[in-house]
Design a protein around this ligand. Structure first.
Ligand code: PRP
Ligand code: MG
Length: 212
């Protein structure tokens, strides 16, 4: 019998809530710790634990049928990939920030400046559209440290509670986008997998309804 292959984040902020929504759908997963793949016991579902940034390519290749992923990742790396459901958790913003003491009057501030970020495409697109040219430094984590060590004039990263900005003496100056977890679908999904997805989506919708 065919199964629906779903990707979820291996570790990080989406992982727990993603597993919770699957569980709330009445689906139990045999979760061997450190396993990268697990099967559901009572639903034709196979779970793949993957790195966030790799998920768009897995969807494109049809290696997985669906994924629970942040909209922000789709904006950065998967604009060609569509999603069928907003899941209401992992809400965050992708924002530009500068040192607290820095005078900031508008985004022309960033013209000719250095920005450290894990979201180069998102930043480039946003600023280029507005006629601002910047020098982008790609960093994969701890981005907020960059201005303090003289690596950049500003940063662009995820803002959730705002505590990382606060701790690093930065202030948010532009919100590029708001994001939440979504259910993204591969364009190569088979008819059999699509039929299972319809059942899963039906359950997800009622779980979300119950949460409101
Ligand atoms: C993420 C993100 C921000 C922070 C935002 O980093 O990159 O730095 O969370 O959350 P906050 O507004 O609630 O502070 P994470 O802690 O996941 O680590 P990383 O940047 O090293 O991946
Ligand atoms: Mg961070």
């Amino acid at each position: 019998m065919s199964k629906l292959k779903i990707a979820i984040q291996k570790s990080g902020r989406l992982n727990e809530d993603s597993l919770r929504i699957i569980k709330d759908c009445g689906i139990s997963i045999d979760n061997g710790k450190d396993q990268l793949k697990a099967a559901a016991r009572n639903f034709p579902l196979e779970v793949f634990y993957l790195r966030n940034g790799d998920i768009p390519q897995y969807l494109r290749d049809g290696v997985v049928d669906v994924a629970i992923i942040g909209e922000n990742v789709l904006v950065e790396k998967g604009e060609d990939i569509s999603f069928v459901e907003r899941l209401g958790f992992s809400k965050c913003k992708v924002s530009l920030a500068v040192p607290k003491g820095q005078e900031y009057k508008g985004m022309e501030f960033f013209d000719g400046k250095k920005i450290a970020t894990s979201y180069p495409n998102t930043v480039k697109k946003y600023l280029t559209k507005r006629g601002v040219n910047t020098d982008i430094h790609l960093i994969n984590g701890s981005v907020e440290i960059a201005p303090n060590i003289g690596l950049a004039d500003g940063i662009c990263d995820i803002v959730s509670s705002g505590s990382t900005l606060f701790k690093n003496n930065l202030k948010e100056v532009e919100v590029l986008l708001t994001s939440e977890a979504v259910l993204a679908v591969s364009s190569r999904i088979s008819d059999e997998a699509q039929a299972i997805l319809n059942k899963l989506q039906f359950r997800i919708k009622s779980v979300l309804k119950g949460r409101n």
